[in-house]
Write a protein that binds this ligand. Structure first.
Ligand SMILES: *Cc1c(COP(=O)(O)O)cnc(C)c1O
Length: 235
C-alpha cells in the first residue's frame, strides 16, 4: 500500500479533528485521547512520513515487523507499540525497542516478560489484553480471569501494567461495540477499587478505525488506527 504525502497529512488532520470532537462530545479533553498510527499495512517509508508528520506513536501487530521498522527508522524519535501476539522466543529482541506492549493476554507471557526484563535490567510497560467480545478467535484474558492476574502482579516486578486493552467484535451489531468498550471501562473501575496494584491502571487502549468514536465515548486513552490513516480515498 502506498499513499501520497498530502493525502496522509489530510487523513491525519481529519483523524485528529474527529478524535477531538469525540472527546469533547463526551465531556473529555482532546489531549486525554492519544492515537497510535498502526503501520502494519505499509512499509518503512510511509511509516517515516507518518512520524515526520507529527505522529510519533507507531504500532505493529507482528514483532519481526516492529523490529525491522524500528531499525530502519532509528534516526527519528518514535515510540513503538506492540499490539499483536508476542511469542516467548521473540521477547528478547522486542524489549529493547518497544515502549508499550498492549497485548499481554496470558500468564505465561507475563511471567516470561518479567524474567527477560529482569535479565536485561529493564522495566517493561504493558497492558492486559481482555477478550471483551467473547469471540473465540480473539486473544486475551477472559474478563472473569483478570482479577486473579491483577492480584498476582507483585510477582512480576519488572513488568509495569498500566491499564487494559480490548477489541470489539469484528462484526458488531449497532450499539454492540460501545457496550463492549463500556465493559472494559467498568472492569478497570472494579479492579481499581479492589486492588492497590491497579491504582496505576490509567490507560484504556480500545478503538480502531471503524469504532474509535464509541471507544472514546467510553473512556479510551489510546485509539489504534490503521486503515483510516492510510486510506487513499480519504477518511
Ligand atoms: C490492525 C489493528 C488495528 C488497526 O485496525 P484498523 O481497523 O485498520 O484501524 C488496531 N488494533 C489491532 C490490535 C490491530 O491488529
Amino acid at each position: 500500500m502506498t499513499i501520497s504525502h498530502s493525502r496522509l497529512e489530510e487523513n491525519l488532520r481529519r483523524i485528529r479533528q474527529r478524535i477531538a470532537a469525540a472527546a469533547v462530545d463526551s465531556g473529555r479533553k482532546p489531549h486525554e485521547v492519544r492515537f497510535i498510527a498502526v503501520t502494519k499495512y505499509v512499509d518503512s517509508p510511509e511509516a517515516r512520513s507518518v512520524a515526520l508528520a507529527g505522529c510519533s506513536d507507531l504500532g505493529e501487530s507482528r514483532p519481526q515487523e516492529l523490529w525491522r521498522k524500528a531499525e530502519q527508522l532509528a534516526d527519528i524519535p518514535i515510540s513503538w507499540h506492540l499490539i499483536g501476539p508476542l511469542q516467548t522466543n521473540k521477547i528478547r529482541r522486542t524489549l529493547p525497542v518497544v515502549s508499550l506492549i498492549h497485548s499481554i493476554g496470558g500468564l505465561r507471557l507475563l511471567a516470561a516478560l518479567n524474567e527477560e526484563a529482569q535479565k536485561q535490567q529493564r522495566n517493561v510497560q504493558g497492558l492486559l489484553e481482555v477478550n471483551i467480545s467473547g469471540e473465540t478467535a480473539k486473544q486475551g484474558f477472559m474478563p472473569t480471569e483478570v482479577a486473579a492476574i491483577v492480584a498476582r502482579l507483585d510477582d512480576f516486578p519488572h513488568v509495569t501494567i498500566c491499564g487494559l486493552m480490548g477489541m470489539a467484535s469484528a462484526q458488531a451489531r449497532p450499539g454492540q461495540a460501545r457496550r463492549e468498550f463500556a465493559s472494559l471501562r467498568e472492569l478497570r473501575e472494579t479492579l481499581i477499587q479492589q486492588f492497590p496494584s491497579a491504582a496505576r491502571f490509567h490507560e484504556l487502549s480500545m478503538g480502531m478505525s471503524g469504532d474509535f468514536e464509541d471507544a472514546i465515548a467510553e473512556g479510551a486513552t489510546w485509539v489504534r488506527l490503521g486503515s483510516a490513516l492510510f486510506d487513499e480515498n480519504g477518511f
